[in-house]
Design a protein around this ligand. Structure first.
Ligand SMILES: [Mg+2]
Length: 198
């Protein structure tokens, strides 16, 4: 039910979950290499890792065991239970990995209904007011729909010269989205949170 609350579309990989960190560690284990996640400064992982990355990057077990991004769980939970937003997770996924990505959400965001998880690579087709995402193709396409894209900063999108709003982490996103949507309710929102972070 939409009571005219702002609709937030939240990406999973490298926004909620540390995908690049996980894929780098898995590649290093498998091929005895020593790449660093911070070296992944291009969306195309083949450029850094070579073609062998294909043997790692789609594996369901990888997605199942990714670390949550710093503050992702607490901020997502605060925003969800604030009842001020309508929230969806929108994720592109290899069909083999969908169940593992659902399992990850059930473990780390157990309160979040799975029927609010939308698996779709064409995120511009999903109606929403804001999209938080690290993929610049998603950001640019969503911008054309009239919604506001917000770039979640990652090494691969830092070099991109763009005019979009960007946030460095979940706490910055929380602060921005409250100031953007509910500047008059920030005090109440803070009061509902034991961890007063913004
Ligand atoms: Mg992503």
């Amino acid at each position: 039910m939409n009571e005219n609350k702002p609709v937030l579309l939240i990406d999973q990989d490298d926004v909620l979950a540390e995908y690049i960190k996980g894929v780098t560690a898995a590649f290093n284990r498998k091929y005895n290499t020593c790449f660093k996640a911070t070296e992944c400064d291009n969306w195309n992982l083949h450029i850094l890792f070579g073609e062998d990355i294909e043997t790692v990057m789609h594996e369901p077990e990888l997605f199942r065991h990714l670390e949550p991004a710093p503050h992702a769980r607490e901020v997502f939970e605060r925003l969800y239970f604030s009842n001020l937003f309508e929230m969806y997770i929108v994720t592109a996924a290899n069909p083999r990995a969908v169940e593992a990505k659902h399992e990850w959400i059930k473990e780390h965001l157990p309160f979040f209904p799975l029927n609010r998880v939308i698996v779709c690579s064409c995120k511009y087709m999903i109606k929403g007011d804001y999209l938080l995402d690290d993929g610049m193709h998603n950001i640019e396409e969503f911008n054309k729909t009239g919604g506001m894209p917000i770039v979640f900063e990652r090494p691969h999108n830092l070099k991109t010269d763009h005019g979009f709003k960007k946030v460095s982490d979940w706490l910055a996103f929380e602060r921005f989205i409250m100031e953007q949507c509910y500047p008059d309710k920030i005090g109440m929102y803070l009061g509902s949170s034991e961890e007063q972070v913004i």
